[in-house]
Design a protein around this ligand. Structure first.
Ligand code: PFF
Length: 492
């Protein structure tokens, strides 16, 4: 609609794809996917995951891209323009971006700290991690508020610098270099990982089909885990793809792009699994102390640190440690720029709509600074390890002032995650599919796809069915699953 204004536009479809896949591929792929797949039935989990990508992921992706390109606006502007009653849904997305980025940036800071640590170890032993063991270093790092804020600050500053550059000359230019580099580094780590003695233990943990996991863990629980993972991993539900879609030229094929992004994201997730799990399995089976298929922060920052520093050890260990954490850092920053862009776009749109010239640099710096400030409690509470006075957050007491259902969060990261990933994102996505499938009708997506010269929508009936039924029901499931996880409701 208004790509001729000063909002910016992708220079090429390939550039757009690099940015969109960069957004999708992040900590979720490297940190979450390998463990979740291994612990929830391996290959059996993968089948469930793929079914969800096909029936929920593709359509949600197409819906977001189409709405964004149609309006040429960010998430708030898009909902506001399409339907006044749905305007608040845009705010859900905007706020999700705010909260996710505020903790994502702290974690991104960790990856940077670890990459620098291994780099320094290459030159002088003990320079990077002070001669400490993996668990000891991690424990001391997360309670070091000053260091956390420093790296959170650096990570946020780098994110700001890229977004300040604009769409084609900032985000696209960066991701066009970063994504191929990420791929190359990942392949290098995979080759090292799968050729280690005992790697097959890890490959078996991740890939061996274990259909009995469905009855042991419960099929619904597996489904819930897969759905939540897919959603976060594809950057869906908070208008990120609406925003990126708004910078796409009318000439590009939306239907094709909506298939490519989830496929690439899934391939990256599987590759990340091949980089991580065989190495963990190898050293576990060789009996190296402190290595097991754990989850959460422990896997990425303790187990893998142990893999590189003790398992591989020496120069090679430090070298691969550096390459690995640097690639995780790159994956994280290509996601964080998309989160910041969601927030920045709103203020740029507001200016443009008033007919004024938007100062992208100024807006990006201010928004980024505010997000940095919101992330400070996350950086200071040591992931709930007891600094800053324990940092237990009692939700009913804080938010509702009531006492009956007490949910205490151990740390600010969980609290922010609950608000964004737990509630706002799934709710936003359900409402988007209802808006498309029932209020505006799927034709709106068809029209936008066919707005490109000579392009005909190929699978209208499929998309229509997805928007009307599968996506809302599928995501309702994510929402219930998230609430169940965060509040321990015991639904599943
Ligand atoms: N997809 C990213 C990951 O897997 O780490 C996280 C993310 C980025 C979520 C952007 C949402 C978003 F809008």
């Amino acid at each position: 609609m208004n790509n001729e204004n000063n909002r910016g536009q992708w220079a090429s479809n390939l550039g757009f794809l690099m940015a969109a896949v960069g957004s999708a591929v992040g900590l979720g792929n490297i940190w979450g996917f390998p463990y979740k797949m291994g612990a929830n039935g391996g290959f059996a989990f993968l089948i469930v995951y793929l079914v969800l990508v096909i029936f929920v992921g593709f359509a949600t992706m197409l819906g977001e891209l189409a709405l964004g390109r149609k309006t040429g606006l960010g998430v708030i502007g898009t909902y506001r323009m399409l339907n006044k009653k749905f305007a608040w849904v845009g705010w859900l997305g905007f706020l999700s971006g705010f909260f996710i980025l505020s903790f994502y940036s702290v974690l991104g800071g960790y990856t940077l700290r670890y990459a620098i640590g291994f780099l320094m170890e290459l030159f002088s032993e003990g320079a990077g991690f002070g001669g400490m063991g993996s668990g000891e270093f991690f424990g001391s790092f997360i309670i070091n508020g000053g260091a956390n804020l420093l790296f959170h600050g650096i990570f946020m500053a780098l994110t700001i610098v890229i977004v300040m550059g604009g769409i084609a000359s900032g985000i696209e230019k960066f991701t066009k270099i970063a994504m191929p580099a990420l791929l190359v580094m990942l392949v290098i780590v995979i080759i090292r990982s799968v050729t280690l003695e005992g790697a097959s233990t890890g490959i078996a943990f991740m890939f061996a089909p274990n259909f009995s996991a469905f009855s042991e863990i419960g099929f619904m629980k597996v489904l819930k885990t897969a759905a939540g993972q897919m959603f976060f991993s594809l950057s869906l539900g908070m208008g990120c793809m609406i925003t990126y879609g708004s910078y796409l030229s009318k000439q590009e094929n939306l239907e094709k792009n909506a298939l490519i992004i989830p496929i690439a994201d899934t391939i990256f997730a599987l590759m990340a699994g091949l980089a991580v799990m065989p190495a963990v399995g190898a050293f576990m089976s060789q009996g190296v102390e402190g290595i097991s298929f754990g989850a959460g922060p422990g896997l990425l920052f303790v187990t893998l640190h142990q893999v590189f520093s003790v398992g591989m050890g020496g120069f090679i260990g430090n070298l691969f440690g550096f390459v690995f954490y640097f690639l995780v850092f790159i994956a994280a920053i290509t996601s964080s720029i998309s989160l910041l862009e969601v927030c920045t776009a709103f203020f740029i749109d507001s200016k443009v709509q008033k007919g004024q010239v938007a100062n992208r640099k100024k807006i990006t710096i201010i928004v980024g600074l505010v997000i940095f400030l919101i992330g400070i409690p996350v950086g200071l509470d040591g992931l709930g390890s007891g600094v800053a006075g324990g940092a237990t957050i009692d939700i009913p007491a804080v938010v509702f002032g009531m006492d009956e259902v007490r949910v205490a969060f151990d740390c600010w990261l969980d609290f922010y995650d609950m608000i964004s990933e737990g509630v706002f994102m799934p709710l936003g996505a359900i409402l988007m599919s209802v808006l498309i499938g029932w209020v505006l009708k799927t034709n709106i997506v068809k029209e936008e796809v066919e707005a490109s010269d000579g392009i005909k929508m190929k699978a209208y009936a499929f998309w229509d069915f997805c928007f009307k039924f599968i996506v809302p029901i599928g995501i309702l499931f994510v929402l219930l699953g998230q609430l169940d996880d965060f509040f321990g409701l015991g639904i599943f």
